[in-house]
Design a protein around this ligand. Structure first.
Ligand code: GLC
Length: 417
């Protein structure tokens, strides 16, 4: 492996996907700024251009709503070839945005960007601190139920078509969404994407929330989809811990954040499926999803220890060559190449690996990092990969895969936050 060469390629991908202050996940397929992709991009940029990393973060927060929510997509400039675009969401603000959020990895990755150069970053950290607090407060006010984070649309989870949402989606009526043309299948193979029925239901949920003027109270009461997402709970808990650290360092009041951490810690226990793993659950029916996958293993990232889970992870890693499959390959619904129903995603490997290392599972963490390194070195900077043989899939020259190489997986990476 020529690590220097791969480092250069990764930096070229980040620069190449830069649209002037924000980075698209990949050209064509995703032509706007996506929330958590951008945070990972900033982490990647911070390894060679801290100034550019902060720029990424500031452009992300230009999309923040008055109620504190940071949307999942910011439509800064007109771009063709993506559905559903701004005319579907119809959010009355500039820059145009979608109407839902995405995983709150910002506080965690911004902390890392800050720590890469505190002297330069201090003023930027002060600028975004209040914005992070108001986003987290929005979550705690509108989305946390019994300590678990509720999502109102599968896309909020970042794991769009994960098996976690199957049962809850069945209760969503997608039969009246009207005609539309999806664009993703023009870029990549339909066998690797969500199905048409799922897409109809995704759209039906958007239409409901749009009709409710994005009012969280109405959506909470009558929305067609409300699932406590185990991935979101773990990521918010982790992000609150990092926010607390930042608050202490900047001499801000910490009491409110400490309270949030306690609430979320209590919620983690409710995600425990007696089958032996942390699981999502449908808040409308109370049923567990029955989907042990990469999100379940974010426990360590959130500072949560669990012996049984460690055993399950070891079993799964024995079955895959390159890291954590998005769904346990022994499950009936496993599909090696269909997006979040089996494939490996470098960002999940990284978060799981970081958590394992921080909680003292050094060997397992090192294996995950080595496997991810080999995966990218051998197969390229793709969107995701088959857990069976590493076959690459989805978009290529992908921003967050390049960022993960630079910040965590590559031989020259720090390998920690
Ligand atoms: C897909 C992924 C989501 C990601 C987006 C842009 O929708 O499921 O997690 O943010 O693509 O890469």
């Amino acid at each position: 492996m020529d690590a220097d060469k791969i480092d250069r390629q990764a930096r070229r991908i980040l620069r190449g996907n830069d649209r002037g202050g924000y980075t698209v996940p990949t050209a064509g397929l995703y032509p706007y700024q996506w929330n958590w992709d951008s945070c990972f991009a900033a982490w990647g940029f911070s390894t060679f251009d801290v100034k550019r990393a902060w720029f990424e973060i500031h452009t992300l927060f230009t999309g923040q709503w008055d109620n504190g929510m940071v949307p999942h997509i910011i439509f800064h400039k007109r771009a063709d070839g993506y559905f559903p675009g701004p005319d579907v969401w119809q959010v009355p603000r500039v820059p145009h945005t979608s109407g839902i959020t995405q995983p709150p990895v910002a506080a965690t990755l911004i902390r890392s960007v800050y720590e890469a150069d505190k002297h330069y970053g201090r003023v930027h950290m002060e600028l975004v601190y209040g914005r992070l607090v108001s986003w987290h407060r929005w979550f705690m006010t509108h989305r946390v139920e019994e300590g678990m984070v509720a999502i109102t649309h599968p896309w909020e989870s970042g794991r769009d078509n994960a098996a976690d949402w199957d049962a809850a989606l069945e209760n969503v009526d997608g039969s009246n969404v009207g005609e539309y043309t999806r664009c993703d299948t023009a870029h990549v193979d339909a066998a690797m994407r969500p199905s048409k029925e799922d897409c109809d239901r995704y759209l039906a949920i958007v239409q409901f929330s749009r009709g409710a003027n994005w009012d969280e109270a109405v959506i909470a009461k009558d929305g067609p989809f409300r699932v406590a997402d185990v991935g979101m709970t773990f990521m918010l808990l982790r992000a609150c811990r990092d926010l607390l650290h930042i608050a202490a360092e900047l001499d801000h009041y910490t009491g409110e954040i400490e309270g949030w951490i306690k609430v979320l810690e209590a919620g983690v226990a409710r995600h425990w499926n007696p089958e032996g793993f942390y699981d999502s659950l449908d808040l409308r029916t109370g049923a567990f999803s029955g989907a042990p996958g990469s999100a379940s293993f974010l426990a360590w990232y959130a500072g949560v220890e669990n012996e049984g889970l460690l055993q399950l992870l070891t079993d799964i890693l024995d079955r895959t060559a390159f890291g954590v499959a998005s769904l346990d390959p022994r499950r009936r619904r496993f599909d090696a190449l269909r997006y979040w129903r089996g494939p490996i995603w470098a960002v999940l490997n990284a978060m799981i690996g970081l958590g394992l290392a921080e909680m003292g599972h050094t060997l397992l963490a090192a294996k995950l990092r080595r496997d991810t390194q080999r995966l990218i070195a051998e197969h390229g900077f793709y969107e995701y990969f088959s857990p069976l043989d590493g076959a690459p899939a989805g978009g290529k020259s992908f921003t967050w895969t390049a960022a993960i190489w630079l910040a965590w997986a590559g031989p020259h990476a720090r390998g920690r936050l």
